[in-house]
Ligand binder design. Structure first.
Ligand SMILES: [Zn+2]
Length: 887
């Protein structure tokens, strides 16, 4: 899953021709036990599934579906009941049949446990060990948020009429909303899926369609080929008025982009980007993509939590993150599109062929796919500087990881809520940063050889993190397991303190490892955790020095000059330099590698924020970033100016704005207000940031230009079309008058596509004017904006966190209904994130009392963040004022 930064018995089991089409798939082998004891499970360890045959008949208009399912199960010990997962399903009949499906079998009594999300099937007599068929007749719900089988309503691109498409989202445990299942990743099985659907619609599954029959009532039955052995969360189904653009991938794989009808060429870029990625991963993993086809399905809507999902052979990506709409797709979205594509295709191996045994190791799936997406992007889109962008991901992770509310990368997970909560910055971004560090430690070739061994050894099986470490260490990365354990089994961020002296033309460098914390600085200083920290030290032009720091160390480097302890920003730690070393780095900054410029800047600000050093050195470093810096470094610098502006006292803000403009207005002037033909995507993105941030700091020319362009829309509705449309509209929306707000609402209603509608809706929540913010919140609650409704509330919370949080509490049921069931507590708590009101802490504490204990962490994180902000901001504001006064 790609996070946002931002989810039957029809007859008997026949040997179908479909099964034969999947020659490589080993059938699940008969074993002596359902699961190893080391793998957690909600289900009694008496049985496991071998094969599912599921048929659904959706009633899209009424948001329900009928299902029949036949599950071939192996029972290991004598038992009077079998238990499967089921959530919001109603059973009208369950029977136990012999393995060959002959006869009537016996009726079982289904008892649902809503809390446990299971169905217990009681037998009239004990069931003896052996192989059986479970036959279910049931019905279920079609949801309106991205959970289980869900519906999206959107304007048809050809007619403008509202139409409805159906899609599924089963991760983490929501396949149980689609059919009764052993819905845990280690219960791998094969699946035959069929559906009875309107004859004029397109149905999509994991596998190609094996056959289609026209039924007497004009509908058709679509049967997909048998899947390989896989986890239930990877099953997929979609249905609607779709079109498919296709191409041949390596080895003849049928690659398709399935889009809302009328999308045409918007799918072209994603289609053309897919075969090279398949080829690259086939080479990298050393195993070919095993399915005959790979679809990527564009879902016209959105989730507050994720952008795409790696269903095997049928990736789901929200339309905004898959199709290029030249009228509105902005550069940041376009880069996200590519990384989402690279992420989900990487999962087709890492996650789908080899799957974590249990959700404890979710990070292994997500951290790895995140790391691989960056690696693939760096290969195919080097001009976007993906390795530099990775530094921001590491910062996000360290942002969480430096609070007491953090958790280790590998964490015990027992409940559904804990599973959903695990899709966080620690799993994704810390996971990615740690893997990048371990790859650098092992060396690229050794690391890849380890990955190849791991994939070969565990294909169609389940693993834990240690299986990966062992494979890489066996490939030659001695000592890797210990480092990996240090960074994945304990939480937190190492702090490396550095001081140096120049002796006889050589640098004597002293290093000491401690722990970086934002809310327990004294505690961690007295009693830090310890890590073995791999370092890559850069000094001048000499070759970098590699060292694993365990405690403290002294080393000598040739020459005397600036030293970067975390060269290439490959390490997951912060570096606290002595004042003299910091001064040398400030002076040398313009000549350092862009990635180190960025890393040093982020470290300096984080250390100042947490009180390890004053803000002055961070501001010195910010002022030293050259005006012609790499565009990603420039974006990082402009964002820091923005946060300095935010933190400074009202009276000092004009001074900050003058400095920021002095540094960065010339870059904007060089770029101009409009994209130049053939310019790089990162320049377009930088222009957007400069416009937005300098505009926010009161640059009158930018605000006036935004207004002028918005007014011109009345004459020519296409005048704003292009990659900066959302930037200009964002500036207008932020400063909107009541009349401009109404106009934006009107444009949202009449926008020709789901994606454009989504963009306008989010803008409604961006207004600074509290009256308009209230209007936006009320509008969100009407649900008229469909799956974009929650995005309006989110957008409002950026400028008005207290207003948005209070509104959500006052209208809790209504707001919760706008969000995927899996993340409601975290969503509401997140609205408060930007609050600067001490009263918010009490409000969050009262909110926490109303939710189950396994959902507290999301609330505690916000409380800790607000506490820390309230404690540090007065100090930071004073230091900022002093720095400006001294200049
Ligand atoms: Zn993922």
């Amino acid at each position: 899953m790609k996070r946002l930064v931002t989810t039957a018995v029809t007859g008997l089991l026949l040997a179908s021709c479909a099964a034969a089409s999947f020659a490589q798939t080993p059938a699940p082998a008969l074993t002596t036990a359902p699961l190893p004891e080391s793998v957690p499970s909600d289900l009694p360890r008496v049985a496991r599934p071998l094969h599912y045959r599921i048929e659904v008949v959706p009633d899209a208009a009424n948001l329900t579906f009928a299902g029949t399912s036949s599950v071939e199960v192996e029972v290991f010990e004598r038992t009077d009941a079998l238990t499967l997962h089921a959530n919001e399903l109603e059973f009208s009949g369950v029977r136990l049949l012999p393995a060959d499906g002959r006869g009537d079998g016996v009726a079982l009594e289904a008892t649902l446990d809503a809390e446990a999300q299971t169905v217990r099937l009681g037998a009239p007599q004990p069931i003896a060990p052996g192989t059986y068929r479970l036959a279910f007749r049931y019905s279920g719900k079609i949801n309106t948020q991205a959970t289980g089988l869900f519906a999206l309503d959107y304007p048809d691109k050809r007619t403008g009429e509202t139409v409805r498409g159906l899609f599924t989202q089963f991760e983490a445990p929501d396949a149980r909303r689609f059919a009764p299942m052993f819905d845990e990743p280690s219960y791998k099985a094969t699946f035959d899926l069929s559906a009875v659907v309107p004859a004029n619609q397109m149905a999509v599954g994991n596998m190609p369609i094996a056959r289609e029959e026209v039924l007497a009532d004009g509908r058709k039955r679509v049967t997909f080929a048998t899947t390989p052995t896989m986890s239930s969360y990877l099953l997929f189904f979609a249905l609607g008025d779709f079109e498919r653009l296709s191409a041949k991938g390596p080895g003849g794989i049928d690659v398709g982009i399935v889009s809302p009808a009328g999308s045409g060429e918007q799918a072209r870029l994603a289609l053309e980007s897919t075969p090279p990625l398949l080829e690259y991963y086939t080479d990298y993993f050393g195993v070919p993509y095993p399915l005959p086809k790979l679809d990527n399905v564009a879902a016209p809507g959105q989730s507050q939590f994720f952008g795409a999902m790696e269903n095997w052979g049928a990736i789901l990506t929200f339309e905004k993150y898959l199709l290029i709409d030249p009228t509105i797709t902005d550069p940041a979205t376009q880069t996200f599109q590519y990384t989402a594509l690279a992420h989900e295709i990487a999962h087709q191996w890492f996650g789908d062929i080899v799957t974590m045994a249990w959700w404890d190791d979710l990070w292994l799936n997500e951290g790895f796919a995140s790391w691989m997406e960056t690696k693939a992007s760096a290969k195919f889109r080097p001009d976007w500087f993906p390795l530099l962008t990775r530094v921001s991901g590491r910062e996000t992770a360290m942002g969480y990881d430096a609070f007491a509310t953090t958790h280790p990368v590998i964490q015990p997970i027992r409940t559904v809520a804990e599973t959903n909560d695990a899709f966080d910055a620690i799993s994704y971004s810390k996971g990615e940063a740690v893997i990048a560090m371990l790859e650098a430690y092992a060396g690229e070739d050794t690391w890849r050889e380890g990955i190849r061994r791991y994939i070969r050894r565990h294909s169609y099986g389940n693993t834990t993190s240690d299986d990966l470490w062992r494979a890489v260490e066996q490939a030659g990365a001695e000592g890797l397991v210990e480092i990996a354990h240090d960074f994945t089994r304990q939480p937190g961020v190492p702090l490396v303190s550095a001081e140096s002296a120049c002796r006889e033309g050589r640098t004597v460098l002293g290093l000491m490892q401690g722990e970086f914390s934002r809310d327990r600085k004294d505690e961690t200083a007295a009693n830090p955790q310890s890590w073995r920290v791999p370092l890559l030290i850069r000094a001048g032009q000499a070759n970098p020095v590699r060292r694993v720091l365990d405690g403290s160390a002294t080393l000598e480097l040739p020459g005397c000059g600036a030293v970067v302890v975390n060269g290439g920003q490959l390490g997951y730690f912060r570096t606290l330099y002595s004042p003299a070393m910091t001064s040398a780095l400030v002076e040398a900054l313009p000549g350092l590698a862009p990635i180190d410029q960025l890393g040093l800047l982020r470290d300096a600000f984080a250390l100042a924020q947490a009180g390890y050093q004053p803000t002055g050195p961070a501001l010195d470093m910010l002022a030293a970033v050259p005006g012609d810096a790499n565009p990603i470094v420039a974006q990082g610098a402009v964002a820091r100016w923005d946060s300095v502006y935010d933190t400074a006292l009202e009276a000092h803000r004009p001074g900050v704005a003058v400095q920021a403009r002095g540094h960065w207005l010339p870059r904007l002037q060089r770029l101009g207000f409009d994209p130049k033909p053939g310019e790089s995507l990162v320049d377009t993105d930088l222009r957007g940031d400069l416009l937005r941030i300098l505009g926010r700091m009161g640059d009158a020319t930018v605000a006036a230009e935004a207004r002028r362009r918005f007014a011109a829309l009345a004459e020519d509705p296409k005048s704003l079309d292009g990659p900066l449309k959302t930037t200009w509209l964002g500036i207008v929306a932020r400063n909107a008058t009541a009349a401009e707000w109404d106009r934006l609402a009107e444009l949202a209603g009449s926008a020709p596509s789901a994606v454009e509608r989504q963009a306008y809706h989010a803008l409604l929540g961006a207004a600074k004017d509290p009256a308009l913010a209230n209007k936006a919140l009320d509008f969100a609650l009407t649900g008229k904006a469909g799956t974009s409704s929650a995005a309006i509330v989110t957008a409002t919370a950026r400028e008005h966190p207290d207003l948005a949080f209070d509104f959500a509490i006052a209208n809790r049921a209504g707001v919760e209904a706008l969000v995927d069931a899996s993340g409601r507590t975290g969503y509401i708590a997140g609205l408060a994130a930007a609050s600067r009101d001490p009263a918010m802490i009490g409000k969050l504490e009262r909110f926490r009392e109303t939710v189950p204990a396994d959902e507290w962490r999301g609330v505690d994180r916000r409380i800790a963040g607000i506490r820390e902000r309230l404690a540090s901001e007065p100090r930071l504001a004073g230091e900022i004022a002093a720095w400006f006064a001294a200049r």
